[in-house]
Every structure is written in structure tokens, then in C-alpha cells.
Design a protein around this ligand. Structure first.
Ligand SMILES: [Zn+2]
Length: 468
């Protein structure tokens, strides 16, 4: 049971809302289980995300298709799914409509409809499709002219085409090849589309999960209270400007724990994050102590070259070193208890991490995460329920899932290109450094344009795509 719980979520078909537990607290009915890709860490689709989805579907299949697929959709959930760049499973009406992903190497957003999406489109004969002669199609099969009874193919190579049987069943999805054939990407057991046909709201979602949220908040507060009274150390909340650390700060203050904020300004923060840290500190009435890396990154960049996923020297230079120095100066020989908003669902790497630990590089910090077991959806619902939306870093409502350095090597091209567009001056400084670096190393321009600098050894699957 526990295994299942972690590989999907429940959806109430009466109320059209996602559930953190199996039962809906509005109608008291058990929700339907929706399996999701691992690591399961779904987030609410915000207005920005829904607009991006609508726009992408419109470009792919026309505006009528976008309107029809997203009819009455107010509550949708995005779950990250592995692609070469950023990708999401899109959940509406308790079904996976398709995948919204940033195409690499084309470098624009695309939408691949899956069973629910294709079945919906076929209702109105929207999008692109072929009716196949043979009732049996298989993955990786290549279908040509002779296999089609009827067709409506896209103009461009790579366009998605769904496959329909003579019996009117939607069997799978493929893509158009350069030779005008259809390469079958996925097949499935046909299913009627589901239109729940009523708009839920995020307020309803909070109601449907209300006591679960309240219980987990109380548990987290008790946990914070217990540890801090047991350890009797000065308490800090490590605040990053992100939603997880905001939740942690809220819980710590709610637990009546006397705390200060520790904010690590890496020198690479986006302006919204710097603003948010000050705003949140003043609103919570909590003193904020800033650990500043100043120009450390840019100084070391000359020697080390861009930080990579394999070698994140930036973390030592911009986070660990300045924090160690700060602790030596301000705390001396003592230790501190630091609550952090770390969640094990965030990545496989962190899966199973403990609730209390001593930082290997910063032995003066006893760290603890009161939200270790929470999902991203739970964090967002907690922030909505406790009316903390106004405290949230606004970058989240403009397409960012994570808040951090503006050019982190762990970022996807989708996000880096948003940063480039939104913060041209910031980006120019970075790109100049990259240009000098590729010149010195005699590397092609692709290392900048496709973000190959993010790896010491770019993966083969990436290189193959750009013919590098
Ligand atoms: Zn319900």
C-alpha cells in the first residue's frame, strides 16, 4: 500500500480535486488512484502554467483543440517526467492528458497528447490522426500510406498523430517522419475520454484535504518544538526564498519557536528572491542574518570554469565557505539548530534522507527538516490554506519550479532561456564569461547555445541530438 501511495495520487471524481490521502474530505468518497511517473512530486498548475499549456497546444493542434482539451479546467496538476529537458505529465479530471515538455534540441515547448488527450481530440476530430486498416498497431512500428484508411496529417515532421481503429477506438500516438510516415511512439488499451464537466477551485482542493493538512501541520510544529527544547540551541531557519523554506519558517514561527532567518546570498540570486527574503522577514517580524558570498563566484570562475553537474564547486565557494566564516564570527564555538525546507521527494538522491543530521561541511549546524515527508502538492496546499500566497516568491507564478542561483548547472534549458530573456543584463555577464571560456578551450558555440557547459562530460543522449 505504501509503495502505491508513493507512485501516484488520488483524485476525487465527485469533486474533481486531487487528494493527498485516498478519501475526499468533502464528499467522503474514495478517490481514484492515478499512477504517476517517479519521483512523484506533483505541483498545482498556476495561471502561468495553464496559459503555457494552452498556448503550446494551440501551436501544436490549433486553438480549437486547446479550448476543447482544457474546457472547464481550473484545477490541473503537473508532475515532472524525464525528458531531455524540462517535462511534465499534465493531469486534468483525474487523467493524464499528455506531456508538456521543452523540446531538445528544438528549444521550444511542445505538447504530446496521450490516451486521454488523443481520445478527447478524436471526439471532435481535432488535431492530427490516421484511421488504420489493421486493428493492431505496435510501438516502434512505422505506418505508411497503405496502412491508412483516412488521414489528417500535420505539415511538419515530428508532429504528433494519433491512431484510430476502424471501430473508432483511439489506439495510440505516433509522430510524422521526414518521409511522411507515422512512427508509433505509444500504444494503449482504448478508453472513452472523461469530461468531468465542472470547474473545481483550489479552495475546494484545500477543503478536500483539510484535516490531513491540519494534522500534518500540527505534527510538524510538535516536531519543531520537541527538537528545539531537547537540543536547547539557538534556532535558525535557513531561508532560500523558496516555497519549502517559507513553509518551514511558517511552521517554526507557528511552533512558537524563537528563531532568526539565515539567508545565504550567493551573489547569484534573482532580484525577486532578494526582495522576497527581506519582505518575508519583515512580515514575520523575524530578524534576518545574511551570509553574503559577494563576488566569490566570479573570482573563482576564472580558474575553475563554469560549475557543472559533476563538479558544483560553486556550492563550496558561494554557500559553505561564507557560511562557515559567518558562523565562526557570529556563533564562535557554539552550535546552532537550523530548520531547513528539504524534502525527500525532491530527488532520488535525497530519498530517504533523515529528519535530523549534522552537516558534514558545517559541523556547527545541526540541521533538521520538518517537511521531509511532504510532497510539493502538500507544501502548496499548506501555503494556500494558511493564506501565505502573498509571501510566496512571485517567480513561482511565472514558470519557475525552483528558486536558486540564476544559472545553476542543474537547471534545464527551458528555465535558463527564461532567465536570459527576463534578465538580459544579468545574463550578458554570464554569457561573456562562457564565450571567453569556450574560446580558451576551443569549444564550439553549441556549448553555450545548448547549455553543454552544464556538464563536464555531456551525456551521449544530449550530444546525439545536436550531432555534437
Ligand atoms: Zn469529493
Amino acid at each position: 500500500m505504501r509503495r502505491l501511495k508513493h507512485s501516484g495520487i488520488y483524485w476525487c471524481l465527485n469533486c474533481n480535486v486531487p487528494l493527498l490521502d485516498s478519501e475526499c474530505e468533502i464528499c467522503r468518497v474514495k478517490g481514484e488512484f492515478v499512477p504517476l511517473s517517479r519521483p512523484v512530486d506533483p505541483k498545482p498548475a498556476f495561471r502561468f502554467d495553464l496559459n503555457l499549456l494552452h498556448q503550446t497546444i494551440s501551436q501544436e493542434f490549433g486553438v480549437d483543440a486547446a479550448n476543447f482539451l482544457l474546457k472547464n479546467v481550473e484545477v490541473a496538476v503537473f508532475n515532472r517526467v524525464p525528458y531531455l529537458d524540462k517535462g511534465y505529465e499534465v493531469l486534468v479530471d483525474g487523467r493524464i492528458l499528455g506531456h508538456l515538455f521543452f523540446d531538445f534540441p528544438r528549444l521550444y515547448w511542445r505538447f504530446k497528447p496521450l490516451r486521454e488527450g488523443c481520445s478527447r481530440l478524436w471526439v471532435k476530430k481535432l488535431g492530427f490522426w490516421v484511421v488504420v486498416n489493421n486493428g493492431f498497431v505496435a510501438k516502434n512500428q512505422i505506418l505508411g500510406e497503405l496502412d491508412f484508411l483516412e488521414k489528417n496529417l500535420p505539415e511538419k515532421e515530428g508532429g504528433y498523430v494519433f491512431l484510430v481503429s476502424k471501430k473508432d477506438e483511439v489506439l495510440g500516438v505516433g509522430e510524422l517522419t521526414d518521409k511522411g510516415k507515422v512512427y508509433v511512439l505509444r500504444v494503449w488499451k482504448p478508453e472513452q475520454p472523461r469530461f468531468l464537466n465542472f470547474k473545481a477551485s483550489w479552495n475546494q482542493v484545500v477543503k478536500a484535504n483539510f484535516s490531513k493538512l491540519k494534522t500534518d501541520i500540527s505534527k510538524a510544529c510538535k516536531f519543531i518544538g520537541d527538537i528545539s527544547s531537547r537540543l536547547k540551541l539557538p534556532v535558525f531557519v535557513s531561508y532560500s526564498g523558496g516555497k519549502d523554506s517559507l513553509t518551514t519558517l511558517y511552521l517554526t514561527v507557528k511552533a512558537s519557536c524563537k528563531t532568526k532567518i539565515l539567508f545565504n546570498d550567493t551573489g547569484l540570486e534573482l532580484p525577486e528572491t532578494l526582495e522576497n527574503a527581506d519582505w518575508v522577514a519583515s512580515k514575520f517580524g523575524v530578524e534576518i542574518l545574511k551570509v553574503k558570498a559577494e563576488e566569490a563566484f566570479w573570482i573563482h570562475l576564472k580558474d575553475f570554469g563554469p560549475p557543472t553537474r559533476e563538479n558544483r564547486w560553486c556550492s563550496k565557494v558561494c554557500k559553505l565557505k561564507p557560511t562557515a566564516k559567518f558562523l565562526d564570527e557570529k556563533i564562535g564555538e557554539n552550535k546552532i539548530l537550523c530548520f531547513v525546507g528539504q524534502r525527500k521527494a525532491e530527488s532520488f538522491r535525497r530519498a530517504g534522507s533523515r529528519k535530523i543530521w549534522v552537516n558534514k561541511f558545517l559541523p556547527k549546524i545541526v540541521a533538521s527538516s520538518p517537511i521531509n515527508d511532504w510532497s510539493m502538492l502538500q507544501v502548496w496546499l499548506c501555503l494556500m490554506m494558511e493564506r501565505l500566497d502573498g509571501y510566496v516568491n512571485k517567480l513561482y507564478f511565472e514558470g519557475f519550479d525552483r528558486i536558486g542561483c540564476f544559472m545553476c548547472p542543474s537547471m534545464e534549458m527551458a528555465d535558463l532561456l527564461v532567465v536570459k530573456k527576463r534578465y538580459p543584463i544579468l545574463w550578458e555577464r554570464w554569457e561573456k564569461e562562457l564565450e571567453n571560456w569556450i574560446l580558451n578551450k576551443n569549444l564550439p558555440r553549441q556549448w553555450i547555445d545548448y547549455g553543454l557547459w552544464r556538464w563536464k562530460n555531456p551525456p551521449k543522449r544530449i550530444l546525439d541530438k545536436i550531432g555534437g
